[in-house]
Design a protein around this ligand. Structure first.
Ligand code: HEM
Length: 968
């Protein structure tokens, strides 16, 4: 019999202590009920374990007793439907989700609130481990070894792959060992390389430019449009195609932002001169600002690109606006329909680049047949590493676009282009591309940087900010070198590891590369502990993300217990060998960042931190340099499905509410159309108005909710000169669907089943039943569900058709075409819904989530993997590579000692956030404005109120801000 673990005991103890844990009036009833639920949960051993097989995995649903134990009656009553249960637990929402203030209710380690948060974190960790276990499918020909193993080793514990060797044609082939065992050494491992090779010293090619995207779903579920197997044909019949259902129809009916005064919006192009009277209505998220929208575009330009230098395949194809379903029958669109809908039949786009389109091989294991890769593959045309490649480059051509300061080669070139008196302007602005620079013609006039595509004011903003940050680090390093030229910088050269490198010895080129390492790590930190906790604004996620970064074991014992318990259960599992690498990665304790950057005798490489032990980490030891990375048996690259959930175009407003920091920031002076800042116009606007004013404007404005009927109008009507079509326009919202179809992303319901989420059985499941029936919000949702039904249609179901291998029904029978409805009945074509449409339609979300739960599972897996796999965030996060100053800069969010925020935001002591520090350094004139800001991505004038409030109320100094008086 299984031993009851620490966490279970904790549940018992807290369960017995829940004097206040309830939504009933009499505390004694509460005591009796809650204790009974928790005891029942334990008796039934309902604490979920890590699944052994795909069909047994945790689907985010718990038994009623568990839900009631962790969240009271309310959580028990909200279990209906496919959605995750943990968001209903105690303290997982705003103040109203906390248990009534009675005995122990607010205790940090005991009591219902701790119990609710703990329960949520436990389930999230369980999901993450199962995602690692069941959702890794590499396209680079390593998948067969993952399934069958190699030389007696199980696939999931393999650490090197022949497919990740440099080919003979590679200029560094010889340097890494040629035909012998390849290991990167010396100059190749010192800094991040331009093309991303040698991050993992034993898998030189991994994550480098032009490697193939991976998948998170079984290969035979990809490319459903092609109907390659019976299950897929059963699932979709003949209802799917590249333009079926018509993507422009979907865009116009399901994505368009309704305008009550279209003449003031002009399809997102606003009014001449940025007139303030312009208005493009959009649904807004009260807790997330426009800076956050552009931040994520800035990130995606670091992680992945399907396009090569802003282009696809030179083959121009139609993009819909041709047919629509009328009462489940496809009909051609008539002229009047086209006019009414506003779509464009003459638009054309260049087809997606496909890397391999030949039939994939197959193999069998345990009587089951597998494909070796997806039926088609595509390549990532930039490095997959979080290496700030959008700033510094990812191949020779992009590297040439990066301009260094001729007076100090360690710095990026910044020019004094504004007469401004403010501190920030003196730090300068990026130069503009010059004739002869290797660029596309449409990029001329833009600031010079490695990744110039789809440039607008938001990207101009971040590229300028981080160029200033790069130079700020260089400046500080030089100051230190002036103070102590003979001092040990902490750096070492792997070519002569014992030689101390003094400050005075560091060359400008070396310092440039060190600054790149520091900037990339800062960006990863900002994203992990500042952007994401605001995107997922609740306590379980705040703890989870901080745990990812800096570990949980010392500071938050309770979280640690939850995590340890999941890991213990994993270790108990029969396939302990396979589980081993997961165990090693998760049992250590110091989070992912810095994993393996200390090594102690007699404990595993990634073992527990014990302050009494002496650190043996050694630059001469390959296992120390590389020992912290974990790929879980599958070489790292992003999966195609990751790009799908980052199609976040609804975040963008059409118009930016422009303000000025030194002239009454509460006043909106102009409404600048984002599209009027497209490409080179961004550079002009940046120089004319200045970085600090743009920071203030985008910092105060709310971004768009990720929901249906909320795409920016300017993106549906984007003009691009490169397009070879009569309209020279494209509907980017429709293109989002087309690209996913070209790249074979499974449709929404199978996508969810593949990721271990419950399927939907009709469009009605999208409606959030917590919203009052007679409210306008509920009516809106129901109206959108009607439109979904109209657009995707219905069919008569056939229960003899099995539609998936990924999950079973509750009674263990196969899931069939009828999804639980009577055979032959007319059911919704929920299986056909494009994944982007599906996740936008999820009206029910965990508290404070700007994204849906479907997007969220994709992040849980891939956001941690891009840290786990990167040597520079794990075992090589060391002074030998970063310098002592560099390590401190990343840890303390800048030079000097840690700075602490005043008060206890949401109940936590907190460092002044990393992005706020960057803003303060690069735009010191914003010090006053930023004083009340705790998270740079929360609208700056919002009063954060108490415990994860989402209210839209001004802080005292911003009472006059017009944004709080606007109706919508
Ligand atoms: C002014 C702002 C923006 C413009 C003009 C823009 C434009 C575009 C265009 C034209 C494409 C299609 C490329 C193609 O497949 O041919 C695209 C793709 C994409 N956009 Fe945007 N976008 C903007 C902002 C954003 C933002 C804020 C995000 C948020 C993450 C985003 C995420 C993406 C993603 C993930 C893709 C797919 C990239 C790929 O296939 O590798 N974009 N965008």
């Amino acid at each position: 019999m299984r031993r009851i673990g620490i966490w279970s005991w904790l549940v018992i103890v807290t369960g017995l202590s829940v004097l206040g844990a309830c939504d009933q009036k009499n505390p004694l009833d509460i005591f009796a009920d809650s204790t009974k639920d928790c005891a029942e949960m334990l008796l039934q051993r309902d604490i979920q374990k890590v699944a052994k097989t795909r069909e047994q995995r945790f689907l985010g649903k718990v038994p009623e007793a568990t839900a009631r134990c962790l969240g009271g009656k309310r959580a028990g009553s909200l279990r209906e439907g496919p959605w995750l249960d943990w968001p209903n637990y105690w303290a997982a929402g705003d103040a109203t989700s906390q248990a009534p203030a009675q005995l122990l209710a607010h205790a940090k380690v005991l009591g219902p609130n701790a119990q609710g948060i703990n329960g949520a974190i436990y389930e999230l960790e369980l999901q993450r481990i199962e995602l690692i276990k069941f959702n890794l499918f590499d396209n680079n020909k390593t998948y067969e070894a993952y399934v069958t193993g190699r030389d007696g080793e199980a696939g999931p514990v393999l650490k090197t792959w022949p497919e990740m060797r440099l080919p003979r044609s590679h200029p560094d082939f010889k340097a890494v060992g040629g035909d012998r065992t390849q290991v990167c050494r010396r100059e190749l491992i010192r800094f991040r390389t331009l093309t991303g090779i040698c991050n993992d010293i034993r898998n030189p090619l991994m994550g480098s430019t032009h490697q193939l995207f991976a998948r998170n779903v079984e290969f035979n579920t990809t490319f459903p449009d092609l109907g390659l197997n019976e299950t897929t044909r059963n699932r979709h019949g003949d209802r799917l195609g590249l333009l079926k259902p018509d993507p422009q129809i979907i865009s116009r009916k399901l994505f368009t932002r309704a305008q009550s005064q279209p003449d003031r919006c002009h399809e997102g192009y606003g009014l001449p001169g940025g007139a303030k009277e312009a208005e493009c209505e959009y649904q807004k998220a009260p807790f997330f600002n426009v800076l956050a929208a552009f931040w994520i575009q800035f990130m995606t330009h670091d992680w992945f690109a399907h396009l090569e230098e802003g282009h696809n395949r030179p083959e121009w194809m139609a993009v819909g606006c041709a047919t629509q379903l009328v009462k489940n029958v496809e009909q051609q669109l008539m002229g009047d329909d086209v006019k009414k809908l506003g779509c464009r039949p003459d638009d054309k786009i260049d087809a997606a680049i496909i890397a391999e389109g030949t039939e994939p091989g197959s193999f069998t294991q345990g009587g089951k047949s597998y494909l070796t890769r997806a039926p088609k593959t595509t390549a990532n045309h930039i490095t997959a590493w979080w290496d700030a490649s959008q700033l510094y480059g990812y191949d020779e051509r992009s590297g040439k676009r990066v301009k260094r300061d001729p007076k100090d080669q360690a710095k990026l070139l910044l020019m004094p282009v504004r007469e401004g008196t403010s501190g920030g302007d003196k730090l300068g602005y990026l130069p503009v591309f010059e004739p002869g620079d290797p660029i596309n013609p449409e990029w001329s006039g833009q600031e010079a940087t490695a990744f110039p595509d789809n440039w607008s004011i938001g990207l101009s903003f971040y590229h300028n900010v981080f160029a200033r940050e790069h130079n700020a680090f260089v400046e500080e390093f030089r100051n230190q070198a002036t103070r102590t030229p003979e001092g040990d910088s902490g750096l070492r050269n792997p070519a002569s590891p014992d030689a101390v490198i003094r400050y005075r010895d560091v060359t400008p080129n070396e310092l440039f590369e060190i600054a790149r390492l520091v900037v990339a790590a800062e960006i990863a930190k900002i994203h992990t502990i500042e952007w994401t906790p605001q995107l997922l604004y609740d306590e379980p996620l705040n703890r989870g993300m901080n745990a990812n970064w800096q570990g949980v074991f010392e500071k938050q014992e309770v979280v640690a217990d939850a995590l340890k318990e999941v890991v213990r259960r994993l270790d108990d599992s029969e396939d302990a060998k396979k589980a081993n690498s997961l165990y090693a990665a998760l049992a250590g304790g110091p989070g992912i960042f810095g994993l393996g950057n200390h090594v102690y005798e007699e404990v595993p490489l990634v073992g527990l931190i014990d302050p009494g032990k002496q650190d043996r980490w050694d630059l001469k030891n390959d296992d120390h340099i590389n020992g912290g990375v974990n790929h879980f048996g599958s070489p790292f690259n992003f999966p195609e499905e990751f790009i799908t959930v980052y199609r976040l175009h609804p975040l963008l407003p059409d118009l930016i509410e422009y303000r000025e920091w030194n002239q009454e920031p509460n006043v909106i002076r102009q409404k600048v159309p984002v599209v009027e800042t497209f490409r080179g116009k961004a550079t002009e606007s940046m120089r004319q108005k200045g970085l600090a004013n743009w920071a203030l404007s985008m910092g105060r404005q709310r971004l768009g909710l990720l929901t249906l009927q909320n795409h920016p109008q300017f993106l549906q009507n984007l003009k691009m000169n490169r397009l070879q079509s009569p309209t020279q326009q494209i509907d980017v919202a429709a293109l989002d669907l087309i690209r996913d179809r070209e790249r074979g992303v499974p449709r929404y319901n199978e996508f969810r089943r593949q990721y271990g989420l419950k399927q939907l059985t009709s469009f009605d499941d999208f409606v959030d039943t917590r919203v009052p029936k007679d409210s306008s919000a509920r009516r809106d949702q129901e109206q959108r569900v009607k439109t979904l039904r109209e657009v995707y249609g219905q069919h008569q179901c056939d229960e003899s058709k099995k539609i998936t291998e990924a999950q079973l029904n509750d009674d263990k029978s196969p899931i069939n075409d009828c999804l639980g409805h009577p055979n032959g009945s007319l059911i919704d074509n929920i299986e056909d819904v494009d994944t982007v449409v599906g996740w936008l339609a999820e009206f029910r979300r965990p508290h404070g989530f700007a994204i849906s739960e479907t997007q969220f599972v994709v992040f849980i897996l891939n956001a941690s993997r891009r840290l786990f796999s990167d040597r520079f965030f794990t075992s090589s996060f060391r002074p030998e590579f970063y310098s002592t100053l560099g390590v401190e800069w990343v840890m303390h969010n800048g030079p000097g000692q840690e700075m602490m925020e005043q008060g206890m935001p949401n109940g936590h002591k907190q460092q002044v956030s990393p992005m706020k520090r960057v803003l303060l350094r690069t735009m010191p004139e914003l010090a006053g404005e930023l004083q009340g800001v705790v998270n740079a991505f929360d609208p700056w004038a919002r009063d954060r109120g108490e415990y994860y409030s989402l209210d839209w109320k001004p802080r005292p100094e911003a009472k006059g801000d017009e944004a709080f008086t606007i109706k919508k």
